[in-house]
Design a protein around this ligand. Sequence first.
Ligand SMILES: [Ca+2]
Ligand SMILES: [Ca+2]
Length: 184
Amino acid sequence: MRALRCLFLSLLFWCGVARAVMAQDLAGFLEEELLNLLGTEPDKFYTVVTDAIIGYGQGGRIDRPGIEAMIAVRLGTLRAGHYRRLNLADLDNDGSVTRSEVGTVLPTLSAGLRARLVRLHRYADEDADGTVTTQELRGFAEAEAVSSMGAANIEELRRIMLIDLDRDGWATLDELSELQQIVG
Ligand SMILES: [Ca+2]
Ligand SMILES: [Ca+2]
């Protein structure tokens, strides 16, 4: 009986050692970049990862193409909004917004929106020829979308893949829990 108890205790001890070694290996496995990322605001990053996996992943996991798709969807929504802010003045629907079209629309807008439309038109008209071409409008919408979403936030979304501890190409909720246990 005593021998059995010893065996049991010794098993418990070695299981503990094995777990500690595994945790250490995993911690060593974590890239410095990830630790830096977690260092400042780990909870914020955990939320970003959870939202991404639940919102855009499948079966509790997400891969690199899934993350790129998520970024594209978010940017697309923002781009459409910014595009619309200027495109509402494309009265002849030819894809370009001229200064004269803006002038026609202005009286129908509130004072705040009038100033905004003029400002946006001037800003989007890259070559300052008075017409915002389709190309200029698209460039403007894209730049505004990236700026709204924040280049740093986009990069943070791409860094979600750093939690892929077993390097199988999927960032999973299980790996996130594992990471939370190691890092705290
Ligand atoms: Ca037009
Ligand atoms: Ca132009």
